[in-house]
Design a protein around this ligand. Structure first.
Ligand code: ATP
Length: 512
């Protein structure tokens, strides 16, 4: 556990030191759970967006992308169910004045019991060694069984009370479990209240004329309300998809774990419109396509897993998460949901407009079913950054910190360095920089010793370094150093472009 926290801390400080992510408004001591992407962070983020957009839009002739506004007609959120049902149960501790999600407090309590079971299993393993039969032990050990039963009981009570919106019941459960506030250590809790996660503001400058509008909590609704506009103007035939990348806002009660859970974040969503009855086929198709997209980054096959939802949202008939092994453990990275015709039908009801498709092959009108893929851009960023950050022990006993980013996502593709600041080497290096800058984001670096410069480029994840030396002046060759192998090879300046492209071109990821 401690190790995991250390890893997250390491990622946070590395991100700050090298200009990937800064705490927002830091000179005013920051704003909770709000972060700014720095000069390298903005590049990495753009490259992730581009990888997604190319995979979804450019590689599919039946998917197009839009960019809808953050503000939408307030009725949108009544239709989508967010005004009535986008709530979290919250509870305050009267002594520490800290606010918690009631369901999270209970889940953490359940996890503590689970830890007891794991400890018991570990003890068994130590006692019996090689001959230890874990399955048998879990099925028969009285301590394990007692705790498993306890967990199940609590889970049932939580599900039942939350399901019925019985907030007094949730409060009673917290009291019965004697859950204390991690800060004050007291059991002095307020009642449980429902808290809507949408941010609201007022539209219009004249008081009284103003009406409440919301910052969108998801980008999907901007796609649904434009379904017919896109279908008609783009002459789209079902099945087809609409993709979008954009900001979303949720007033999360407990926002934490760096950029994993923020109040302002970015989503990359695609809604795929299909014939009713064909949604499960497409749901399976997109589950496979999306995990393949993630795994193509080579950040470790074992770092991804599916988590199928047992309890479905009111609009879904199937749902799964792609979870990633973040520094704090496996957590949701992307959701794939079969949303049925719920959203379009709701918008038909609330707007009084028909949102139907005439299927020329079937010769009939229908409201299409929808399969959604929704990935958090910031979570994607955290997955890439945390899995790429490595501390390596080198053969000579020294250590290096290296950011082994997938080369097509790296901010700088190449650093161009003159060995010394004289003898015309800087001029030659700048010439190379000017020739390559049309194709790649390059960095020119002449400060400090070559060793220090290489380490700096390793730390920011630049896949290649090119060193211009005295031999360059004679034969137009340079040494090119590979970030991952640290091997250097002598190559002609005229071959640089194709050599770099062969590693950093996004098409190698898209092709996998
Ligand atoms: P969680 O259960 O973690 O709150 P969710 O199931 O509410 O997430 P969705 O509504 O399915 O999330 O949103 C789709 C994606 O948007 C998520 O998979 C996640 O990557 C991202 N996301 C959701 N909430 C946040 C947030 N507060 N900060 C950053 N990313 C988020």
């Amino acid at each position: 556990m401690e190790q995991k926290e250390d890893k997250l801390k390491e990622v946070i400080s590395h991100a700050k030191e090298y200009g990937y992510i800064f705490p927002s408004s830091e000179i005013y001591d920051g704003l909770a759970a709000t972060y700014d992407y720095g000069q390298l962070g903005a590049e990495l983020k753009n490259n992730i967006k581009s990888y997604w957009w190319k995979a979804m839009v450019q590689m599919h002739e039946n998917i197009v992308g839009i960019d809808s506004s953050i503000f939408m007609h307030p009725k949108t959120w009544e239709a989508s169910g967010h005004v009535d049902a986008f709530n979290d149960p919250l509870i305050d501790n009267k002594d520490s004045k800290k606010r918690y999600r009631a369901d999270v407090l209970i889940e953490e309590h359940i996890e503590k019991i689970n830890q007891k079971i794991e400890k018991e299993v570990e003890k068994g393993f130590k006692r019996f060694g090689e001959s230890f039969d874990e399955v048998q032990f879990r099925a028969t050990n009285p301590n394990v069984l007692r705790n498993a039963e306890k967990m199940q009981e609590i889970e049932n009570r939580m599900r039942e009370t939350l399901g019925k919106n019985d907030l007094e019941g949730v409060h009673q459960l917290i009291s019965d479990l004697e859950i204390v506030c991690p800060i004050s250590g007291s059991k002095n809790w307020t009642e449980v209240r429902q808290f809507n996660l949408m941010f609201s503001t007022e539209l219009g400058s004249v008081a009284g004329d103003a009406s409440t509008i919301y910052l969108r909590p998801e980008t999907a609704q901007g796609i649904f309300v434009n379904f017919l506009n896109v279908q008609k103007s783009g002459r789209m035939k079902i099945p087809f998809g609409i993709a979008q990348i954009g900001k979303a806002f949720r007033n999360e009660i407990v926002a934490r774990q760096f950029i994993f859970r923020m109040r302002e974040f970015e989503q990359m969503e695609m809604q795929f419109f299909v014939r009713p009855g064909e949604e499960m086929k497409w749901y399976e198709y997109w589950k496979e396509a999306r995990i393949k997209w993630h795994k193509a980054l080579d950040l470790g096959e074992k770092n991804y897993r599916f988590h199928d939802h047992i309890k479905l949202a009111h609009y879904a008939n199937a749902a799964a998460d792609i979870e990633f092994n973040f520094p704090m453990g496996f957590k949701e990275l992307e959701g794939i949901h079969s949303r049925t015709d719920y959203d379009l039908k709701q918008h038909e009801k609330f707007s009084g407009k028909k949102l139907q498709y005439f299927d020329p092959e079937l010769n009939e009108n229908y409201v299409p079913y929808v399969v959604e893929t929704s990935v958090g851009l910031d979570r994607m960023f955290l997955s890439v950054l945390s899995a790429s950050l490595k501390n390596e022990k080198l053969e000579d006993g020294s250590e290096r910190v290296v950011l082994k980013l997938p080369a097509p996502l790296a901010p700088y593709k190449i650093a161009i360095m003159p060995l010394t600041k004289k003898d015309g080497l800087p001029e030659k290096a700048r010439e190379i920089f000017d020739a390559l800058k049309y194709d790649f984001l390059c960095q020119y670096d002449e400060k400090d010793s070559p060793g220090k410069r290489y380490r700096r480029q390793d730390a920011i994840g630049t896949p290649f370094c090119v060193m211009v030396d005295h031999q360059t002046m004679e034969d137009n060759t340079v040494t090119m150093r590979d970030r991952d192998t640290m091997l250097q090879e002598r190559i002609a300046i005229s071959d640089l472009n194709s050599k770099i492209a062969s590693k950093v071109d996004m098409k190698f990821l898209l092709n996998k």
